[in-house]
Ligand binder design. Sequence first.
Ligand SMILES: C[S@@+](CC[C@H](N)C(=O)[O-])C[C@H]1O[C@@H](n2cnc3c(N)ncnc32)[C@H](O)[C@@H]1O
Length: 260
Amino acid sequence: MTLPDKQRIRDSFARAAASYDAAAVLQREVCGRLLARLDAAGAAAPARILDAGCGTGYGARLLHGRWAEAVIVAADFAEAMTATTRHSAPAGTACTVADIEALPFADAAFDLWWSSLTVQWCDAATVLREAARVLRRDGRLALSTLGSGTYAELRTAFAGVDRHRHTLDFAAADRLAETAQAAGLRDVALLRETVTLHYPDLKQLLGAVKAIGANALGAGRRTGMMGKAAWQALADAYERQRVAEGLPASYDVLLLTARK
Ligand SMILES: C[S@@+](CC[C@H](N)C(=O)[O-])C[C@H]1O[C@@H](n2cnc3c(N)ncnc32)[C@H](O)[C@@H]1O
């Protein structure tokens, strides 16, 4: 899979730090579902937790609410994100600027490695090998990412307009369970669920994608360069997919839990 340039992803998220929370409806929903999976897998109380790709710190706050005694390390490669987390996270949270593909932590440093909606921006095999390295034996992993069905409606709408690819290539997620096993993880359990959000119009739909910084390669960036006619064709094609709740944007959410 070809990922966009790391610097571009980092800059895009850094710019989004201030607008992120108001738009991060999907992120909050998915964090809640991921924690429920972890609870269902029967995780013992972890003493040290890593939130890998912490964003503005919603996951760190949720994990603190669940395990108040745990020491939480929140890591993100966008400095503006870790700065926001530093202000909002519970006292005692350590916020670190770090790339989750090359973590600055010792082997076996964590009891729980957690990452929500970040791995779609990374090389999953590298991230999972690093996760296995920093987890102690029997430590838990909880990861959510996006699969190939994500933004299906947007791809359908763009199909009649041009031949460019407008979203991330989510295909690597289809092999996520095998990738986790190859990284040395066991008891791998994968659940795939579609979450569909609705928007009043295309501008607001694309605005929401942009506000969470997810447009490094996606629709927001490309539509900025579109001519009037192409934009109208896109809006018309999306309009044909409208349902009673509004314009749908589907997310193919993968929830993976495992143990070292
Ligand atoms: C969509 S946000 C999710 C944030 C948070 N986990 C949540 O659920 O709200 C993705 C985050 O991953 C970070 N990120 C992407 N690739 C990363 C990498 N290789 N290392 C560290 N952080 C990364 C981005 O800067 C961004 O803050």
